[in-house]
Design a protein around this ligand. Structure first.
Ligand SMILES: NC(=O)C1=CN([C@@H]2O[C@H](COP(=O)(O)OP(=O)(O)OC[C@H]3O[C@@H](n4cnc5c(N)ncnc54)[C@H](OP(=O)(O)O)[C@@H]3O)[C@@H](O)[C@H]2O)C=CC1
Ligand SMILES: O=C(O)C1=N[C@H](C(=O)O)C[C@H](O)C1
Length: 245
């Protein structure tokens, strides 16, 4: 039985994680933590910690995990490059799963996006990405959309800095051929929708994933925390957990 620390107890994902970890026969919720509580005490005696909180809390979480030698599952999104570098540094000493999305469906979307980009390319096909989330989400584009863009950039020899256009407004002129459009929608209680579109003259391919329950992400993260037990230090993602690599 994997004894878990769930961080962000009162959050949308914190609540879903407590439900998923309680339902999974391989895990139990040993500790929970929320804003203002002692973090080192929370890490004491657990087999893994699951962090779906806010990007600027991650450094404290990494420090506590290193001090107590606790494997980590990080689902938080919106990290700066510096914060990502700290996760990579910590993974030299600890096993860490860090993924923008823990659902099996989205990890399949990552795979299909890579294959579609390899087959269709960006000569004849124009690539656009959309994401929609609930009105409370604080980071944009979503971590999942950022990962989709990374895959598309890798496969089409483009870069996030030079080729990704965030929304379009005004007299924008004709679409630059290699541009990748990125469009964020926010509203209501949408759990998480992502679409990658390949549009050419005469045809269009759309790959879409729609999450309708946060338990989808939570059960994937609990699975990752169990998978981490006995792993060597390193930076892993959900594709590793699912055996898709
Ligand atoms: N990888 C994936 O599969 C998924 C990732 N996410 C990501 O998970 C994160 C959380 O999302 P969600 O649950 O909707 O967010 P919520 O705002 O609902 O929850 C955030 C939680 O973190 C706590 N928290 C915030 N700041 C701190 C801090 N400085 N110290 C300690 N605790 C803190 C909050 O406590 P308080 O309310 O008291 O501030 C709250 O309990 C986001 O980054 C989101 O993008 C979400 C879904 C899936
Ligand atoms: O904040 C959310 O809710 C979600 N965040 C993740 C992201 O930023 O990709 C994953 C999921 O889509 C829900």
């Amino acid at each position: 039985m994997t004894k878990l620390l769930i961080l962000g107890r009162s959050g949308r994902m914190g609540q879903a994680l407590i439900e998923a970890a309680t339902a999974d026969s391989g895990s139990e919720v040993a500790k929970t933590h929320d804003h203002g509580e002692n973090l080192i005490n929370a890490f004491d005696g657990v087999d893994a910690a699951i962090d779906f909180t806010v990007h600027n809390f991650t450094e404290s979480v990494l420090d506590a995990a290193l001090e107590t030698n606790t494997p980590l599952v990080i689902g938080t999104t919106g990290h700066t490059d510096e914060e990502k570098a700290k996760i990579i540094e910590a993974s030299k000493k600890l096993p860490i799963v860090f993924a923008a999305n823990y659902s099996i469906g989205v990890n399949t979307l990552f795979y299909l996006t890579q294959k579609a980009a390899q087959i269709l390319g960006n000569d004849r096909f124009d690539i656009e990405v959309t994401e929609m989330h609930h009105k409370h989400k604080i980071d944009s584009p979503s971590g999942t959309a950022r990962r989709l863009l990374e895959i598309l950039n890798e496969e089409t020899n483009t870069s996030y800095e030079d080729d990704v256009a965030h929304g379009r407004v005004g007299n924008i002129g004709p679409r630059p051929p290699k541009e990748i459009g990125m469009h964020t929608l926010r509203g209501g209680d949408v759990v998480g929708d992502h679409t990658v579109m390949f549009a050419a003259d005469g045809e269009r391919v759309e790959l879409t994933h729609k999450a309708s329950s946060r338990l989808t992400f939570a059960s994937g993260a609990v699975r990752a925390s169990i998978w981490l037990q006995g792993r060597a230090p390193g930076l892993y993602d959900m594709q590793d957990v699912l055996g898709l690599k």
